[in-house]
Design a protein around this ligand. Structure first.
Ligand SMILES: NC(=O)c1ccc[n+]([C@@H]2O[C@H](COP(=O)([O-])OP(=O)(O)OC[C@H]3O[C@@H](n4cnc5c(N)ncnc54)[C@H](O)[C@@H]3O)[C@@H](O)[C@H]2O)c1
Length: 253
């Protein structure tokens, strides 16, 4: 019996990095997986790795009609979607002085509007029989950032959205939980790209560098997602949980 046996989990951005790791781990623990991504081929590759317990669907999280279509297709296949992992995201580097207005809008469109749409359609689809939403925040949800300020603003909003979805569920009498996780660096193609490295770069080399203590593996994140998706966390909702090696939780003095 797996830790999430029988759960039906839709994951956004499941074609790469943390989303792919979530999909593989949740499937290993007994969940049915709806692997979605704006890049359908990559979602299909994740679903193919899992086998019969998974399907792949195209989903650009910024398009409301695609959310409606994805939930309809998932419900047709599995009957009910009880869990949504809002994971897809983008990272654009620039300080507040130099970020182009279009890049600010793009960051908020994917990382905030995409999560609003996910939470909206998640709640609409789960309010009948209950469910669970897990949102991908970041260490920057709680920190100022000179070079990723738009990303930080967006990820702060993800934590706020998480609290409000929980508040809505509580006041509306829905058995829906909603939590966020807030990782520091994860060794995924997103972070490798920031370093000018290809998606298949040797991540062990980074782990051994002086910055290595800042980076976890996608599986470290998937372990927390697994806990939040499972009933082991049934008394946790509206929370944001750090996964940062404790690096930002102490004073030197
Ligand atoms: N890598 C890190 O250091 C790190 C740290 C903290 C939080 N995060 C967050 O974790 C999540 C996953 O990031 P990752 O590191 O695995 O990145 P990644 O670039 O490896 O994967 C992101 C996936 O999201 C998809 N995607 C992007 N925009 C999309 C859209 N509009 N609609 C649907 N899919 C879209 C991409 O196609 C890709 O498959 C993101 O929300 C990211 O902000 C990452």
């Amino acid at each position: 019996m797996g830790r999430v046996e029988g759960k039906v989990v839709m994951i956004t951005g499941a074609g790469s990095g943390a989303g792919r790791a979530d999909a593989l781990m949740l499937a290993r623990e007994g969940a049915k997986i709806i692997a979605t991504d704006q890049n359908l081929e990559t979602a299909q590759a994740t679903a193919a790795e899992i086998g019969e317990a998974a399907i792949a669907l195209p989903l650009n999280i910024t398009k409301e009609d695609e959310w409606v279509a994805a939930f309809a297709a998932a419900r047709e296949k599995f009957g009910y979607v009880d869990t949504l992992v809002n994971n897809a995201g983008i990272l654009i580097q620039a300080s507040i002085e130099y970020m182009a207005f279009e890049d600010w809008q793009k960051t908020l469109n994917v990382n905030v509007t995409g999560y609003y749409l996910g939470c909206k359609h998640g709640v609409l689809n789960m309010k009948e029989k209950g469910g669970n939403i897990v949102n991908m925040g970041s260490v920057t949800s709680h920190l100022g950032s000179p070079n990723y300020f738009a990303y930080a603003a967006a990820k702060s909003a993800v934590v706020s959205l998480t609290r409000s979805v929980n508040a809505h569920a509580k006041t509306g009498g829905y058995a829906i939980r909603c939590n966020a996780l807030c990782p520091d660096g994860i060794l995924t193609p997103m972070v490798l790209a920031q370093m000018g490295l290809p998606p298949d770069a040797d991540v062990e080399m980074i782990k051994q560098s002086p910055m290595g203590h800042r980076f976890c593996y996608p599986e470290d994140v998937a372990n927390l997602v697994l806990f939040l998706v499972s009933d082991e966390s049934r008394f946790i909702s509206g929370a944001d949980i750090a996964i940062d090696n404790g690096n930002f939780r102490f004073s030197e003095f």
